[in-house]
Write a protein that binds this ligand. Sequence first.
Ligand SMILES: [Zn+2]
Length: 428
Amino acid sequence: MPDHPQAYRASLLQFSGPSGHYQYFADGLLIVRSQRILACGPASALLARWPEPLPVTDYSGQLICAGFVDCHSHYPQLDIIASYGDQLLDWLENYTFPEEQRFADYRYARHQAGQFLQTLLQQGTTSAMVFATVHPQSVDAFFEQALALNLRMICGKVLMDRHAPTALCDTAETGEADSRQLIGRWLGRGRLHYAVSPRFAPTSSPQQLQRAGQLLRDCPGLYLHTHLAENRREIRWVRELFPERTSYLDVYDHYGLLGPHSLFAHALHLEEQEYRRLGESGSAVAFCPSANLFLGSGLLNLARMQHHGIRVGMGTDIGAGTSCSVLQALHEAYKVLQLQGQSLDPFRAFYLATLGGARALGLEQHIGSLEPGKEADFVVLDLQATPLLARRIAQARNLKEQLFALMMLGDSRAVRATYVSGTRVHGC
Ligand SMILES: [Zn+2]
């Protein structure tokens, strides 16, 4: 009975608008029909005026919010998470590149994509922007699994034609041709989106970056997904490779890769002019504090991003990030900002994890809140999930303190259930 409404009773938290005003119903009711949110409000009022009996799933005492949005991750790196001891460029060579070569095997890619998506759902993450590998079949594997689960996901083939093992290199020509085939095969199917995905400036020739820009101009609706200014050695390398450009971001800018559908992961070490161009061009940034700490890369300056009007979402950046949980990304973000004399208000944090992430990906018309009409992707959070969390919640004097405890102490154990398009895909 897909058209019969289904209701969920719990505390409800959602955000609206670019400034992230919050709305909270301590005893709320979320009504879902035909994969979309039909109503969201106080339980007593909605139940009293509803014209017919409603089947209600009772999650009283739990908190429902929109499904988490992970703005930057690498599905092929799930199994190299927590690999010891290097900074970015060595880490790529020693761990990432050997593992990514295994994705030439379609069956392996398909298995890993399935594992990755299950892991996301266990964390309450319902949408993500994800790197595959250079192999087109790694993208097919990911999209097939995401389509079967009816997930809203963004992925694309890595473009990489130099400074990587031969087995992981395409050419400017094959990279473009393979991307066009994948776009033809997947664009517009289900809730899937395609991202043109040069790994980062050092591994793409000027010809490849040129073709990436051409792809974006030729096919409206594509995303651009890449890395920017993560590590100081990387930045020096970009300067050597592109001496004619004024900055790292200027390399991407020169090839037409900035814009409202462009997302840059990290953006840690930027000049004033780069902040300004990111803001002017409407580009977005993925804040990946776990990976930034793990690889010793640096600290994202959120206040400066906000000052320049840059949209920011949270990223786990698996496998350099050490947790697949967006809650844990908020935990690390809080500490990263503390080190810079900034703070992360818990309401702001949950905004970044939901509607803020959706806005960074330009998907706020579809996901990111519990507003009627939106796709029914949501997560049920258990504030008593662990003894320590329960103890801290018992001491919390208000919602703000509850949310702070949840983001500092919560992880997949706090995810009671995850719903995608109104169907429960994890938990109970
Ligand atoms: Zn990354």
